[in-house]
Design a protein around this ligand. Sequence first.
Ligand code: BGC
Length: 864
Amino acid sequence: MTQFYGTLTPEKTEREEKNMQLVRKGAGECMVLLENDGALPLKNTGKIALYGAGARHTIKGGTGSGDVNSREVINIEQGLKDAGFTITTDRWLTAYDELLKETKAAHQAEVNRLAEERQQPPFIIEFELPFKEPDLQAITEEDVKASDTDTAVLVIARNSGEGADRWNKKGDYLLNDGEVKALEFLGAHYEKTIVLLNIGGIIDATVLKETAGINAVLLTGQLGNSGGLSVADVLTGKQVPSGKLTDTWAKAYADYPSSEGFSHNNGNIDDEYYTDGIYVGYRYFDTFGIEPHYCFGYGKGYTDFAIENVKAVVEGSGVKVTARVTNTGKAYAGKEVVQVYVSAPEGALEKPYQELKAYKKTALLAPGESETAELTFALKDMASYSEEKAAWILEPGEYLIRVGNSSRNTHVAAVLTVEEEKRTEQLKNLFNGDKELNEISGKGRKAYTYETEAEEIKNAERILVPADAVETRTVVYQEARPILTTDKTEKLTIQDVIDGKATVEELAAQLTVEELADLCVGTLRTSMGGDPEGKDNVIGNASATVPGAAGDTSSIIWESRGVKNLILADGPAGLRLQPHFKTTKEGELLPGGEGMGDIVAAFDESKIPADAVDHYQYCTAIPIGTELAQTWNPELIEEIGYMVGKEMQEFHVDLWLAPALNIHRNPLCGRNFEYYSEDPLIAGKCAAAMTLGVQKDGKGGTTIKHFAANNLEDNRMFSNNHMSERALREIYLKGFEIAVKEAQPLSIMTSYNLINGLHTANSHDLIQAAARDEWGFEGVVMTDWFTSQDVPAISGTGHIYPISASTGCVYAGNDLQMPGCRKNVDDIVEAVKTGKELDGYRLTLGDVQFCVTNLLRVVAKVMK
Ligand code: BGC
């Protein structure tokens, strides 16, 4: 009989409550106070005139596979009421409910119509056509009168999700007409107007900045299921906001250097040209001297800080910076983030104005209280990638160490002098661009500066970097994958591996080609569309044991050798499982109840026996990736990761399909909410912290994704990203490198897109050479869903690039094709047995064995 792990009663569990409180406790750190003239925190609870799309329908996170089916979402209205406020705009809010209901019904009808017309599952249509909140109805004098208060709160909300990019249009990146009118009206009619941004990605803040009478703007973001409580905590000052932006908020969308050609903007969604090169985010704005609305690293608190006594020294192979941070305010406690940036000298390679190299958040400091923050980074972290030398190099010259509390509020603390060029890592060029890119150049541009900068540079202490202080290495790449053999004649099991009596190589050596091929192909979750009964599909156990999990690995040698199937479930905003399911008394799963966001298939009551058993798997929806990053607090992220890890243990999930750490190259990427930042250091540190938390008990692991350069959503399965090796390594791979080196996640998921003409899923250079050989990755690599099988219902038609090859995955060392199909297994077997090229790749037995050893190593770890 199948074993299930949910609870059998619908009551909220202690664990749910405890975890909600844990998230709530850290939520103030996620929120960024963009503007405040002293209106916040609110001095006393009283009446509040609450308006806006997110007031009652607070968005907890984005849509798609990253959506978590939590039990409840505490909206901002509820949160404020719980905190003791009286909401006096019920009439306006109820009218908006009606408007929303109508818009949702119309949207649903359109989704159903398209699903029917295109013969695609509705969730795929939802991906392409995410629901957009209707514009606000007018706020009237009558509303103001009835509200009977001097304080208005307007909650602006934006939804976005997987499968579609956002638009530089009203109601999306730009404010709607109704929102603009509401801001003007509230600013003119209330003494205090506070704007809350319940959004998953950047919007144009111009109107917010320019409208008279706006007293405070708080980026609440999307905080998971306890969001309303957290917002109330911050508005009342019970918690202080201490988040800092992990992106640059430009004055105009066109200021982002990737805007012109991004995704649908130029009508070409087949090819994306990364002409912005290394100039992503603040690297661009600073180097090209463009002033943003809000710079990277910016965020106010309820108090002020002084950062003094800043010292930088070279210690061993690293740089140590110390700074004394004091809360100089009188009334409120706060946390400050010390940020260290380095400006490298121009040499053969051009350099951005500055790059973040280290950061440290203080403890909660009471007024008058101080703390000495200590930050370190390696000298080799200051290196840039030279394509000419195929190496990371530290060019000779002066490296400025800048310390402050945002990218545009720093002072020069010291100047490190490197006398001779140092090759910190000798590699191979792996990703030569396939087109002439014509990248933009920062040379000769008038960079950002500030009044005292030149003086500070002149007077700063010069520190000579000793020639032998810089660590250097030369990478050795895998040459071949030998065919594994073993002398052991007894039938080996995974237990033998766990007990140290055999190696994964020996176990793999005993497997047949058919078994090996099957292990390389993951199974389909029946509800994911396609034809579950079809001849092509490999139906997995995951949906039978952990309903709602996104898939599992093969159980072909479970009985014979004890190798269990790994259960994989989504994130990153918590664990995505089916919250409620039914089984027969005997334990057979009954259809229905499956959900992704709003799409929940009802149980077909006529097929549910009277004695059916109900099961519940409620998980905690945590803040979206960007919100977590805005904490600049790896310890907090690790704590939340540990919490998720415990939920995985409770529901028997082995690999979490998270965290996601693609770079916010452009604000319109539909999945930016899942990702952390425009900066690779932040992205990597967050993913590492999350992984350390999830993997702390050694019972399950993370899957860092989407490897790599999954920076847009339109045509995501066939978008070809053309970029230079330097940009790829310095910007788009760096976060993955950091996460692998610092936390050794159990798994990596490749992305859908192509890089320079090759699907990442088929890229030996990316998976084997970069992740394994250069960074030392020891886990399993898997594809994103349906990467290697052509399911027109999922991947659509009319794309100019082909689907990635199943044989190519094995060749690349992409160990697991998720979810694969029977044809994938057959292709692998055929390629190995005939030795002939299939779909462009030749496979040896050693190639397939190699993939399987990677999988077995992870299975052994989680079964231990
Ligand atoms: C997404 C992945 C996700 C997978 C499984 C894909 O559509 O891109 O991020 O983990 O589905 O649900």
